[in-house]
Ligand binder design. Structure first.
Ligand SMILES: Cc1cc2nc3c(=O)[nH]c(=O)nc-3n(C[C@H](O)[C@H](O)[C@H](O)COP(=O)(O)OP(=O)(O)OC[C@H]3O[C@@H](n4cnc5c(N)ncnc54)[C@H](O)[C@@H]3O)c2cc1C
Length: 624
């Protein structure tokens, strides 16, 4: 008997399995192919806008993705560096061979974690409670909880042109048997779709016709306090090119051959990661589209054509590729394809990702309707943590929308659901100034430490780091500057204007042209790591905006404190609009704040509910 079984060793399953095993749960990971653990069937990169911040949040909570990305990257870049801190995000070009390899080794050497290579065909459920799983070879594995993370495999079909084959990604077997059982249990399934571009042979690309995109010239890390001092000069560049009029002519002339536009595809594709066909149809006024040529691995010849996913027949793909500057002679090493698969309606889950229908059955990753390695990993980590906490009868870990992008992601899924593959964007986070790339440790590391996923050693580094930040702020407050000729001269060299009155350096930083590191001009004894200066600079420069954002978040938090009994009978709440009553009965919001975010529940319904709750205050409250 295991404490927890995880089905699927993808990005969600890896984080879930490591979290439960590291929280001392006797864990079993059952996955279809051990050599496919944490595989990257799509873009060989981790991070980017919003996603990069999720990776840092995973790291701050004690997950593995951040460290794994740092240890297996072939290029690191901080995107939007020149813009405000709320939109900066790290992105690594990952080595597609090394990333899954390292994650597999971490998993295979993890204490409390057993790995079995098999396909799960059904769940063992009795009296609306999970008791384990059965694999295709008939074996039954018993457990107190199960986490399903089957990704893009559930009843999956691969499509190229008019061909449609029952197959998983990367020539893997599809996952059959679970979908019909989930429907019998009462889960609503939807059909989603995603796609991947062709790969070409590196030596057949004329990079001279493209724009080089090198890595950053300073060290960048996802993981807090883990520095491996990688060789900056050894980073592999990416390259920028564009589609041409000829590319658009070929695609438009063959649109009826694409699986997408010939009716072969049933699944709904990602709005924010469309195929090239979709881009031409939806943005037909655009003369060209950006294409990034990304190295997949230092050990293979493959170049990934980012932004060019398609489901056209092979011969059309060849013509499309040859029409792109730099790829005229390129040899395709892997053809593009689209894949459709089943996903559940995540509104049938609690914010812990436990299902409302079958107790102790959790869902995480692409099966919940998301798209992306990072979104999957964030869910896997929280599902793992909550399954472990539940087996210990401890309070769940629910991250609020003003605490983490992972909190925004999960709340959107379980409160609003999704009709197309959900991808995290900064625009989805109303508190994005609080949810920055730099401060995920401040927001989450205490929580990671409290649940036992952050080691003493890392926690000590965290407290040291923040003590240094505090000390530097105090030092800045003690550097008093007067409008003397000496100070004026220094400010001139820093392209800043002279002082009118006496100020502290803490105040001076608020000037846009003044960097924290400039304090050394006024106090040469300052000896702190660069990262401390950078973090303190953000805190001080944006202090006003951050405090305002925090006040706003606190106001919205008030509604999160008004809890709603899970078993409230909405038929008893008078004057609710029909649509609102229907949605409230389906989603069973745990707080008034969550009720307020349900589409179709209007402010008038929320006030009716609020009054009803006040007048029925003595109803007891169940914590899942
Ligand atoms: C072709 C393709 C293109 C993609 N394009 C994009 C994109 O453009 N942008 C983007 O953000 N994301 C894209 N993705 C999605 C990205 O790969 C996923 O978001 C991510 O891998 C999801 O992680 P996951 O852990 O949920 O599932 P997966 O990574 O799919 O892992 C699922 C795991 O479960 C195992 N498994 C499945 N069923 C069973 C079973 N019954 N029993 C045992 N083990 C099982 C599998 O072997 C696998 O290891 C694409 C994926 C594919 C396949």
């Amino acid at each position: 008997m295991y404490d927890i079984i995880i089905v699927g060793g993808g990005h969600a399953g890896s984080e879930a399995a490591l979290a439960t095993a590291r929280m001392n749960k006797n864990t079993l990971l059952i996955t279809g192919d051990i050599n496919y653990i944490a595989s990257m069937p799509c873009n060989p990169s981790i991070g980017g806008p919003a996603k990069g911040i999720v990776v840092r949040e995973i790291d701050a909570l004690g997950g593995e993705m951040g460290i794994n990305a740092d240890e297996t990257q072939i290029q690191m870049r901080l995107l939007n560096h020149s813009k405000g801190p709320a939109v900066r995000a790290l992105r690594s070009q990952s080595d597609k061979k090394l990333y899954p390899e390292r994650m597999k080794n971490i998993i295979l050497s993890q204490k409390n974690l057993t790995v079995v290579e098999a396909y799960v065909k059904s769940l063992v459920v009795d009296n609306n409670r999970i008791h384990g799983v059965q694999t295709q070879d008939g074996k039954i594995y018993a457990s107190k909880a199960v986490i399903l993370t089957t990704g893009t495999f559930l009843n999956s079909k691969v499509m190229i042109g008019s061909n449609k084959t029952s197959q998983g990604p990367e020539n893997q077997k599809p996952s059959l048997g679970l979908s019909p059982q989930l429907e019998r249990l009462g889960f609503t399934l939807s059909r989603l779709k995603t796609g991947t571009p062709p790969r070409v042979k590196r030596e057949t690309v004329d990079f001279g016709k493209t724009q080089i995109q090198p890595g950053d010239s300073v060290h960048r890390y996802f993981s807090y306090y883990n520095k491996n001092n990688y060789d900056i000069d050894a980073q592999h560049p990416c390259y920028l090119t564009y589609t041409t009029e000829e590319t658009h002519r070929i695609i438009n002339n063959n649109l009826d051959k694409s699986s997408m536009y010939s009716g072969v595809v049933e699944g709904v594709g990602p709005r924010y990661c469309p195929s090239i066909e979709d881009k031409l149809v939806r943005f037909n006024d655009k003369p060209r589209h950006q294409i990034f040529l990304e190295p997949e691995s230092q050990f293979t010849e493959d170049i990934y054509i980012q932004g060019f996913s398609t489901s056209m027949p092979h011969e059309v793909q060849e013509a499309m590729v040859a029409s792109i500057p730099g790829l005229e002679q390129a040899q395709i090493t892997k053809y593009a394809y689209a894949i459709e698969y089943d996903a559940i309606d995540a509104r049938m889950l609690w914010p812990t990702l436990e299902s409302k229908i079958v107790e102790s059955l959790y869902f995480a990753g692409q099966i919940n309707g998301t798209s992306g390695y990072e979104e999957a990993a964030g869910q896997g980590l929280l599902a793992g943590i909550n399954a472990a906490l539940k087996t210990d009868k401890k309070q769940p870990l629910i991250l609020h929308r003003d605490e983490a992008y992972i909190g925004v992601l999960i709340d959107d899924l379980v409160t609003k659901g999704t009709i197309d593959p959900y991808r995290l964007l900064t625009s989805r986070a109303e508190h994005r100034l609080l949810l920055r790339d730099d401060n995920a440790d401040t927001r989450l590391m205490e929580k990671g430490h409290a649940i036992g996923l952050i080691s003493k050693e890392r926690y000590r580094k965290y407290t040291d780091f923040h003590k240094q930040m505090h000390d530097l702020k105090m030092r800045f407050k003690n550097i008093e500057l007067s409008p003397t000729p000496k100070v004026t001269d220094v400010l001139k060299t820093l392209n800043s204007t002279s002082l009118k009155d006496r100020v502290t350096f803490y105040d001076l930083i608020r000037r846009p042209e003044i960097k924290a590191i400039y304090a050394k001009h006024f106090d040469s004894t300052l000896d702190f790591p660069n990262e401390i200066f950078e973090r303190v600079e953000i805190d001080i420069k944006y202090e006003g905006y951050i405090n305002k954002a925090r006040k706003h978040a606190e106001k919205l938090r008030q509604q999160e404190k008004i809890t709603i009994p899970e078993d409230l009978n909405y038929e008893d709440v008078p004057n609710l609009a029909n649509e609102a009553r229907e949605k409230l009965k389906l989603i069973k919001p745990l707080t008034l704040g969550q009720a307020n975010r349900i589409s179709g529940v209007n402010p008038s319904d929320v006030s009716i509910l609020s009054i009803y709750l006040k007048s029925n205050k003595n109803q007891n409250r169940v914590i899942r």
